[in-house]
Design a protein around this ligand. Structure first.
Ligand SMILES: Nc1ncnc2c1ncn2[C@@H]1O[C@H](COP(=O)(O)OP(=O)(O)OP(=O)(O)O)[C@@H](O)[C@H]1O
Length: 774
């Protein structure tokens, strides 16, 4: 015992020193930031932008140093040759640049995650440090080279009833079990201290190309995707800081669930979005039925949208006479045809190529005038005539009909609202498909509209009226810069004779707006990212893949998901089907096979049910056993008894909340039921909480924000990607009959970290029933 205490004391001294260094750096960085801020808004524009750049740098560093407080250091490697290396959240060095702590992402930390007894490399011992706040509370050793470390300190893992490790080949048993068994909150935490070998290989895989990570529920796909983003930002900072990283998740609620992970790893500059939010200025508030989303997700829309754009470039049925300023002209079909051909040859998007079309037509009308009056025209005459023609209403209307300026929103809304437009643009779609997407003008946009709008935006380009507005705004901004530069020159006298105000202003302008890469990227539809991470990627439609791939010309992507969990009608059951059309052969597949979330008994039941339903599951081994993890209760066998079932749900929630929900906000219980039962069950659960748990605890739970709520009632789709300590699964047969079928049931069954309680009045679906036979 004394040996262990000494060991803890020795580690405490090291940990104190590392936190001491962290505090010093915080103080020093804050002082620098304050110094920069003190220098105030004066100085030359160049100084001012340099100062802003430094301020941003220091602000980021302060945020990073603050974010790594929790478990700053978690590992130690004892290497051959008596070298000792501590591994932590960030790298720290002393004033002489000697390394004190190795960043987990550095090559020097790889062995902490990868070394095994079979392949120890230089590692003699790997130690996990368990800390609470800044105190070392335990150490756990894995001796990888027994000969070298004969007589090493005894293993200090805590046996605290957290379960037992079921899968071999996992490292850091005590730390891992403690982390897997810890009470859940509404926020995902990082796994940096216990990343496993198979996960580490994916995290550190090369940047180039698209890496697809397929894995069953709870295998850490989300965790791995986020740690990979942090790793890539570290290892390829120069490339990625400028172009940015985009993270795409299935919903805002999911993005909120994971939003603390990257900051806790010291990374704040990643843009996160959903497909519905991909286009700046569009908010997708509507929801499409599955069959409608499926039609809209098909790749055929690529041609439909292209034809719809082409339909706005058309030769009129007949020549059209127009009279401008007392002179007669004819808008000739042949001229229009040739002007359209010329504009198309620019290969610019429709709204941008329109300028060429209009210029060409006006010049042909001027030619008509010239021929009619049979006289030479001065360049001034030509300019005046052109302007007269351009502003003549009749000409404008005729040219608009021939080449119609249109926004993506108008184009797509017209396709849905005007059957003749869709019939013309989409001959590949059946009458039934077309009737499915039919919609009134002004209806809210849906998530499956967004890739179509993006496709349209790509082919239409900027509407010029919009770019004219923007140009005017830029002009105003520039005038303000010029004014500012002038005032600087006047007040300092420094520029006189050396540099004029306009030069100074343009130099200032060249430093760009003081937005971060993430902010600029998020507000620019045409921004291209250095890397894109996609979570729950199996749900994406072919058109959504097109929209995403457009944003990453290098095709450097991390794509994680599980084709057995697909619930979206437009999603995929096969990575090749989804990715070959957009990525061809530039994607590679790796698999995760250990479930870190679900106890073995629950994972096995879920696998059996999924196999019986024919889902394309990946192999899945649970990391641990938890006693009594699966309970099945039949309510009044043989009768569909909603009241009895509801009563049982409410009783179970009361029991589980007492067992798992803590007043400190940790511990979560979910009821997962078919979508059409959720509302009634939510009301029943909410009404009973004060009675079941006492008035004040009930009130506390009811007052929680949805994202932090410790007791929730959800349908399987809302529960996707999330996890809870305990789950009450209500009437699995009904869940499997919903839109997402057995996949939704598979998702629902695999949410708990500790216990799954299945309540049913109907027969259990195949596989699940079998698994309950003792
Ligand atoms: N190496 C690890 N150490 C500790 N916890 C881990 C590890 N890997 C995964 N986990 C935990 O396992 C749980 C499941 O991880 P995650 O949500 O990333 O899985 P997933 O594969 O995305 O699941 P799903 O398919 O259900 O979306 C999380 O709580 C995560 O923190």
């Amino acid at each position: 015992m004394a040996g262990r205490q000494d060991e803890l004391a020795r580690e405490q001294a090291v940990v104190d020193r590392l936190y001491g260094r962290l505090d010093e750096l915080r103080v020093a960085t804050r002082a620098r930031l304050a110094g920069v801020r003190r220098s105030g808004p004066s100085g030359s524009p160049q100084n001012r932008s340099e100062r802003d750049a430094f301020a941003t740098l220091y602000e980021d560093r302060v945020a990073q140093l603050d974010a790594v407080e929790d478990r700053l250091v978690f590992g130690r490697l004892d290497l051959r040759g008596d070298e000792v290396r501590y591994v932590g959240r960030i790298g720290l060095a002393d004033d002489e640049h000697r390394s004190l702590l190795t960043d987990w992402r550095a090559p020097a930390a790889t062995a902490f995650y990868r070394a095994t007894a079979l392949h120890p490399g230089d590692v003699q011992r790997r130690r996990h440090l368990v800390t609470a706040g800044r105190a070392v509370t335990g150490v756990e050793d894995e001796v990888l080279d027994l000969d070298a470390l004969a007589g090493a300190a005894p293993d200090g893992a805590q046996g605290d009833g957290t379960g037992t490790l079921a899968a071999s080949s996992l490292s850091g048993e005590g730390a891992l079990l403690a982390s897997l068994a810890s009470r859940r909150t509404g926020r995902m935490t990082d796994i940096v201290a216990t990343i496993q070998g198979e996960q580490d290989r994916i995290i550190r895989d090369e940047l180039a190309g698209a890496l697809v990570v397929q894995g069953g529920p709870g295998t850490g796909k989300t965790a791995v995707a986020l740690h990979r983003a942090a790793y890539l930002l570290y290892a390829h900072r120069r490339v990625l800081e400028r172009s940015g990283v985009l993270l795409v998740g299935p919903s805002r609620a999911f993005l909120r669930y994971i939003d603390q992970v990257l900051p806790s790893l010291g990374e704040t500059g990643v843009v996160s979005t959903t497909i519905g939010e991909l286009l700046p200025g569009i908010s997708a508030r509507g929801v499409d039925r599955g069959e409608v989303a499926q039609v809209k997700g098909r790749l055929v829309w690529q041609s439909v949208v292209r034809r719809a754009v082409r339909a706005r470039e058309r030769v009129p049925a007949a020549d059209l006479p127009v009279r401008v300023e007392g002179h007669d002209y004819v808008i000739r079909r042949r001229d229009v045809r040739e002007a359209i051909a010329r504009a198309r040859r620019t290969h610019k998007p429709h709204n941008e190529a329109r300028a060429t079309f209009v210029r060409e037509m006006l010049s042909r009308l001027v030619d008509q005038y010239r021929a009619d009056v049979d006289a030479e025209l001065s360049s001034e005459d030509v300019a005046t005539l052109t302007e007269d023609l351009r502003s003549a209403r009749e000409v404008r209307v005729a040219l608009n009909i021939a080449w119609f300026p249109i926004t993506p929103q108008q184009l797509v809304a017209d396709l849905f609202a005007k059957p003749h437009r869709l019939a013309e643009a989409g001959p590949e779609l059946s009458d039934h498909d077309r009737s499915l997407v039919r919609r009134e003008p002004g209806s809210p946009w849906t998530e499956s509209d967004v890739p179509l709008l993006d496709e349209a935006a790509e082919l239409l380009g900027e509407d010029d009226s919009l770019s004219r507005l923007e140009a005017r705004a830029r002009e105003r901004e520039r005038a303000a810069e010029l004014e500012y530069a002038r005032s600087v020159l006047e007040s300092t006298g420094a520029g006189a004779g050396i540099v004029d105000a306009a030069t100074l202003a343009s130099r200032f302008e060249a430093t760009g707006p003081r937005l971060t890469t993430a902010e600029r990227a998020a507000s620019d539809r045409t921004w291209t990212y250095g890397h894109v991470v996609v979570d729950e990627a199996q749900e994406l439609s072919p058109m959504a893949w097109r929209a995403l791939v457009r944003r990453v010309p290098t095709r450097s992507m991390t794509i994680v998901g599980d084709v057995a969990q697909t619930s979206a009608a437009a999603g995929t059951r096969s990575w090749a089907d989804a990715l070959d059309p957009v990525l061809r052969d530039s994607w590679r597949l790796s698999e995760l096979t250990v479930s870190y979330r679900t106890p073995a008994q629950v994972a096995e039941a879920a696998q059996e049910m999924a196999a019986a339903a024919g889902l394309p599951t990946s192999p899945l081994t649970a990391a641990r056993e938890v006693d009594g993890a699966l309970e099945l209760t039949r309510v009044r066998p043989g009768t569909a008894a909603p009241a009895a079932l509801t009563q049982e749900v409410v009783d179970q929630v009361g029991k589980l909340a007492t067992e798992f929900v803590g007043a400190d906000g940790a511990g979560r219980v979910a009821v997962v039921a078919a979508a059409d039962q959720v509302r009634a069950l939510r009301e029943a659960v909410e009404s009973v909480l004060p009675d079941a748990l006492g008035r004040s605890e009930g009130a506390r739970l009811l007052a929680q924000r949805p994202e932090d709520a410790q007791v929730v009632v959800l349908d399987p789709r809302e529960a996707k990607g999330l996890e809870f300590d305990a789950v009450v699964l209500v009437e699995p047969a009904a869940v499997a009959e919903g839109d997402g079928g057995a996949s939704d049931l598979y998702v629902a069954m695999t949410r708990p970290t500790q216990r799954l309680v299945v309540l049913h009045s109907r027969d259990l679906p195949a596989g699940l029933a079998l698994s309950t036979v003792p």
